[in-house]
Design a protein around this ligand. Sequence first.
Ligand code: ADP
Length: 659
Amino acid sequence: MIFEQLVKESPLAIYTCDASGRVTFFNAAAATLWGREPDLLKDYWCGSWKIFYPDGRPMELDSCPMALTLKNGKPFNGEEIVIQQPNGVLRSLLVYPSPVFDEKKILLGAYNTLVDITDKKSNDEKHEILSAIVESSDDAILSKGLDGIIKSWNAGAQKIFGYTEEEVLGKHITILIPPALISEEEVIISNIKAGKKIDHFHTVRLHKDGHEIEISLTVSPIKDAFGNITGASKVARDISELKKAERLAYQFAKRQTLLNSIGITISEKLDVKEILQKVTDATTEITGAAFGAFFYNTFDETGESFMLFTLSGAPREVFEKFGMPRNTAIFHSTFSGEGIVRLDDVTKDPRYGKNAPHYGMPAGHLAVVSYLAVPVISSSGDVIGGLFFGHPEAGIFKAEHEEILASVASQAAVALDNSKLFEEVMALSEKKDEFIALASHELKTPLTSLKGYLQMLQKEKGSKTSEFFVEKSLKQLDRLGSLVGDLLDVSKVEAGQLQFNFDFFDLHKTIEDILETFRYNTTSHIISFTGVEEQLMVYGDQQRIEQVIINLFNNAIKYSPHAQQVFVSLEVNKDQAIVIVKDNGIGLSKQQQKGIFKRFFRAEGVAHIAGLGLGLYISKEIIDRHQGSFIVKSEVGVGSEFGFTIPLKTNDIQTILTM
Ligand code: ADP
């Protein structure tokens, strides 16, 4: 009874049939495989199955294990077949048909046990596919125990690290890690023990032959059936090529930036030294040279040395040992403008080492093996000089460097030509300044005498006409005196020799005094004074501050020909006195305001008004030297406010005293 139940409920399909193959018994699992319950003694064992060999070829019913057992009376011990069920599903089965005989050995029928191995097969297949993927992957895929011992190793790992599977299995993972990075392994293992995955970690590992490989590493914990972490799987991708491409891209971007910076310096600067230093620095960096230098094509008295001008990457002393690069065969071709010379190994060049006294590089000089020299030729065809680069290793400079340097050298040549012109202009302008300084100084003496004589004449009683002309002459003489004074001041400012005598003085009183003179001499405008009404002590050069205020008054009057009033105010803000002179005159545009502190600046349309364009230039210098600031507000056709601030005596006098 128990056996019957066992057979009926067994998960294995079991059935029996008679000698003709008709089903005589079946259990539930067999019915499931057939897709329905067969009619006993009517339906055949093969139901409506289609049967195949495991490789997929169709199998004749006569050739099936069960048919053969019924035919030959021989059992099968686990033959694999594939059946297609009525619903179309394929199942892999191991079949065990066995014949049943009576006492006379007459075949009565057979029984069969069918083991469904479909799921196991698909797992095996999956496993096979996965193994094939692992084996064919270009990435290194390996596993190790928590003790770091390597347990598996694919073909990709062999390709990347150079070891065969036999060589590494059982070895410690540290054979792949550069000594300096050994501590990484501890971090990786502690992460793995904590069940954490490490994703795309960029690091370096060692090839069997010792060279370093840049890799991207992903490490995941391996768990056993109970969920315990037993080791780690590692996928390492060789990213050396990627990194190389990244570095190339970076180098390219850096080179572009350097070339841009050369371009900017060349177009903006007119200083030869600055241009050449920038060009030498940037080209040394671009070419990867150990040092670079620019030599002028000028000879010394002995007629055989060139002049070192700028140097990059090496201290000047190392060149001093060498003296100047002499007129050697190798240098000669650059200075005669024959073109770029690029040598992978200068010491192997037939021209090298032929010249006394050094015969090659002098002892103590920088070792030069790679050599690159580019002539810098001006528009007139003269060789201005040459850029020279050196490196102690061979083969550093490449053809691409020649192209870049040729273009930089021609840009530099244009810039040098321009700066030469600029220097000539500057030299001329310096001469002009010298002349102004000298002339104004020389004019001052006769002016002073002339004024003295006229003042003496003024005291004498003369005719009305002569008194009138003496007074006019004195006024004109004052104007001439102040123009000459301005010219003299300008040359002093330029030479940094404008003298100041600092002391305490009352700014309120100073303005009052100036106003008095102006009110006496000016009939066109009324000057009103507002703000502080008492003594206001400031620390500065009283005469120079007077000069600034007079200039502002004069301008306010001069540049407001149709107005009748000029306003002056004196205010105090914190520790500063503020003087503002306001007019309702012609005003200045924003653009014009930018130029007013420049020497000889005059706005358009004021040519009919007397002036040299020096007053504000000198005033600004005076206020700057007092640590004050200039105030300008102006609008065309509305008027202007010109003013300045000056520190009160309470301010930090010390800073002014030490100026
Ligand atoms: P100058 O008055 O001798 O020309 P300044 O240096 O004092 O020289 O002034 C420079 C220029 O600034 C003047 O030529 C004039 O164009 C402009 N400027 C100065 N002050 C005023 C003002 N108050 N209103 C309009 N323009 C002015």
